[in-house]
Design a protein around this ligand. Structure first.
Ligand code: DX5
Ligand code: ZN
Length: 217
């Protein structure tokens, strides 16, 4: 479970991370640059500060035009996973190597309109495949169930090649959608609005876990 700070109170990020500390596995940090997506969020200095305020692993999702220039920096300040977009990178394998050499897991992110098939062969170079289940850029959008075909394709590919791959879904994950994503083969779930849009973020994460297993309550 990776609560996304995009839906948190940006003036209280340390408190917001603390609120999910006992329940979350990762904290998802959406880095947006006004160019790759029309939204602007936070960058390297903020992530560096976040690192000092939590012991939860930071999962940085770079929605930026030039990951070549920036991705390694996020690894160097202590991100546990750095995902950059396939659409923004000419040589994802080379960048994955640099990110891993700097001490982070490497993630390949695939936006809504990008098929996964062209990237299956390079997945052994990544620990994480992030499949957008919305169009990247904004929180609070509706989950796109047709994106789960990509999750299934990637999971089957990983299973047939005995590949250890984390498959992360991002966008519109809530109590109604998480179980289908799990069934399709996802194992890592980003949730912004469903966690920080309610009064008790920790309880929201617990509820998402139960919903993923189709347990009631
Ligand atoms: C959007 C971001 C997501 C965002 C998801 O481009 O990548 O991580 O936080 O927000 P929800 O969970 O509200 O769809
Ligand atoms: Zn994200």
């Amino acid at each position: 479970m990776a609560p996304s700070l995009l839906a948190a109170d940006f003036a209280r990020l340390a408190d917001e991370m603390r609120a999910v500390r006992a329940e979350a596995d990762w904290v998802h940090v959406d880095v947006m640059d006004y160019h790759f997506v029309p939204n602007l969020t936070i960058g390297l200095p903020v992530v560096e500060s976040l690192r000092r305020h939590t012991d939860l692993p930071l999962d940085c999702h770079l929605m930026i035009d030039d990951p070549r220039q920036w991705a390694v920096g996020y690894a160097e300040v202590g991100a546990a996973n750095v995902s950059f977009h396939a659409e923004a990178c000419r040589d994802p394998v080379a960048l994955a190597k640099d990110v891993r050499a700097a001490g982070s897991r490497a993630g390949l992110a695939i936006d809504r309109d990008t098929p996964v098939e062209p990237y299956l062969e390079i997945l052994p170079h990544f620990e994480t495949l992030l499949i957008m289940t919305i169009k990247a850029g904004f929180g609070g959008q509706d989950f796109l169930p047709e994106m789960l075909a990509k999750v299934r394709t990637a999971r089957n590919h990983a299973a047939s090649g005995h590949l250890e791959l984390r498959i992360e879904v991002d966008g519109g994950i809530d109590e109604d959608t998480i179980a289908d994503a799990l069934d399709a083969g996802a194992d890592t779930f980003v949730a912004g609005t469903a966690v920080y849009g309610v009064a008790d973020p920790a309880e929201a994460v617990r509820r998402l876990r139960r919903a993923a297993r189709r347990e009631s309550g």
